[in-house]
Write a protein that binds this ligand. Structure first.
Ligand code: MN
Ligand code: ZN
Length: 506
């Protein structure tokens, strides 16, 4: 894992500044609202004259304390900090404040510098959840994928990581536990980002499986199916995708049994893991094809989620299942016109070999619902370019056969900022995937491309409550936010962790 920042939490003792006022050498971070007032404890730590300095500098710099704005000053003499970083929090709206975004903004202002952060301002004292969210945002912002750069960024550059943050926060009993949980969640998101960012010559299905196996250290049970196992089971749809590649396919089943009753049915998460998608014989154009290393973002999210659940010892039985293949053109590759028999027994006519993700998911979904009888299944897949046309990069497309589950996930999306938009499933779409020669064909054409893909998947879930998330728009090449500057976004880890936390833990 890349170097992140390290975060320490210290209580803001009532009355009495810390031994070393203003930290030593790094920055001292203070927060103010639009009245620019410091909390009494912040003023004490910053020393006499700080409030006046901030007020005068704010006038010169036209700093008005607006949310997500900052004033960076050379620290006055007498403070051991080198800089004073004053961060605006805007009008008082503590109830709706996005603490993760505030943490991300703060980490962005610091770059790789170390800092003491006095996390309170007049009228606002964060509790455990708020401090945890702030630290989550800071960790996520500090993540940078530079493993393959022989020259690393210089200290102090935007989003470098490596710094040390000491958060001085109001004393609170549940603090340490909440912050530790956020640390595991941050690691899960960063693990997912890391997998998406890795180049396809490094992260092939076997290597991906090895990285998933590392979750064993956290107490996750791992089962890896190789091609022989898959043949024996009858996963011919998945294997048909893999047959043109020199790389062997893998399916990895990850089980976290944290529930009180070990026999209780698990909640299940399924990920598409096409480690590189050339399109196969229906080969893609060369422009932007390098982005197809990210066609495994669904599987990456599932691994990151399992990491997060296990590291906070979530009280739930959860199962992750990922189908890992590479889709390549070759003398052995599948052809348009081929008919394959899926694990379910349903036959599929291949029309376009670039519609390969649904073939992988068809077998994994079927295997999971038949073998593990889950409470629900949520699959994530960078499935269609059409979802980008519909929703851009603001929302993942959500298709579901269950209103309650869909509503719960929508709410988790609003809470985490990883938002989903519900799209339709309807029998009318079935007509578009009727085949002349087999039970169905693997693409329904351009119109309703995301919906016909979902309608296809629905044939492999039976009556299990199910959501399909099309994350082609949000899983990679993500727009910059305060909590993410990485190409691979790690999208979905926070969303699904929140869903589990809110509804499925004992
Ligand atoms: Mn494809
Ligand atoms: Zn694909």
């Amino acid at each position: 894992m890349a170097d992140g920042i390290s975060i320490e939490i210290e209580s803001l003792a009532t009355g009495g500044a810390p031994a070393k006022p203003g930290g030593s050498g790094g920055d001292l971070v203070l927060f103010v609202g639009e009245d620019l007032a410091l909390s009494p404890r912040a003023a004490e730590i910053a020393g006499p004259g700080a409030a006046d300095l901030v007020a005068r500098a704010a006038g010169v710099e036209r700093f008005k304390g607006k949310a997500l704005s900052a004033l960076v000053l050379t620290a006055p003499s007498g403070l051991s900090a080198e800089r004073l970083v004053v961060i605006g929090t805007g009008a008082d709206e503590a109830a709706g404040r996005d603490w993760a975004t505030l943490g991300g903004f703060t980490a962005g202002k610091l770059g790789s510098r170390s800092a003491t952060v006095v996390l309170e301002w007049p009228g606002t004292a964060p509790g455990p959840d708020e401090v945890a969210a702030f630290s989550l945002g800071a960790r996520l912002r500090a993540y940078k994928f530079d493993r393959y750069k022989s020259k690393k960024a210089a200290e102090g550059e935007e989003s470098g990581g490596g710094g040390r943050l000491t958060l001085l926060v109001p004393e609170n009993a549940g603090l340490k536990k909440a912050v530790r949980g956020a640390e595991g969640l941050a690691e899960g998101v960063i693990l997912a980002r890391e997998l998406v960012n890795e180049p396809p010559n490094v992260l092939d299905p076997e290597e991906f499986a090895r990285r998933a196996e590392a979750l064993e250290k956290l107490g996750v049970e791992i089962e890896v199916l190789d091609e022989k196992d898959m043949k024996k089971l009858g996963m011919r749809a998945l294997l048909a995708v893999a047959q043109g590649s020199a790389k062997e396919a893998r399916v990895v089943i990850m089980r976290w049994n944290g529930g009180e009753d070990p026999a209780e049915a698990p909640v299940a998460f399924i990920g598409k893991g096409v480690c590189f998608d050339s399109g196969g014989i229906s080969i893609k154009g060369s422009g932007g094809m390098e982005d197809m290393k990210g066609d495994m973002a669904g599987a990456a999210c599932v691994v990151g989620l399992m990491h997060a659940l296990a590291s906070r010892k979530a009280k739930v039985n959860a199962l992750g299942a990922i189908g890992l293949v590479e889709n390549m053109p070759d003398g052995k590759a599948q052809r348009p016109g081929d008919i394959v028999t899926s694990l379910s027994g349903q036959t599929i006519e291949i029309i376009n070999t670039d519609a390969e993700g649904r073939l992988v998911l068809a077998d994994v979904l079927w295997h999971v619902q038949q073998t593990y009888k889950p409470r629900f299944m949520i699959d994530l897949a960078t499935l269609t370019g059409a979802i980008l046309v519909a929703l851009g990069q603001e929302f993942a497309g959500m298709f579901s056969n269950n209103d309650e589950l869909a509503q719960r996930l929508s709410a988790a999306g609003e809470a985490t900022g990883e938002r989903v938009w519900r799209m339709p499933l309807t029998p009318g779409f079935d007509k578009l995937i009727e085949s002349k020669f087999a039970d169905m064909k693997n693409t329904g054409g351009r119109h309703g491309g995301s919906a016909t893909a979902a309608q296809f998947l629905k044939r492999y879930v039976n009556d299990v409550p199910w959501i399909h998330l099309d994350i082609a728009g949000v899983g990679m090449s993500a727009p910059a936010t305060e909590v993410n500057r990485s190409w691979g976004s790690g999208w979905g880890v926070r969303l699904l962790d929140r869903l589990v936390r809110d509804h499925y833990e004992a």
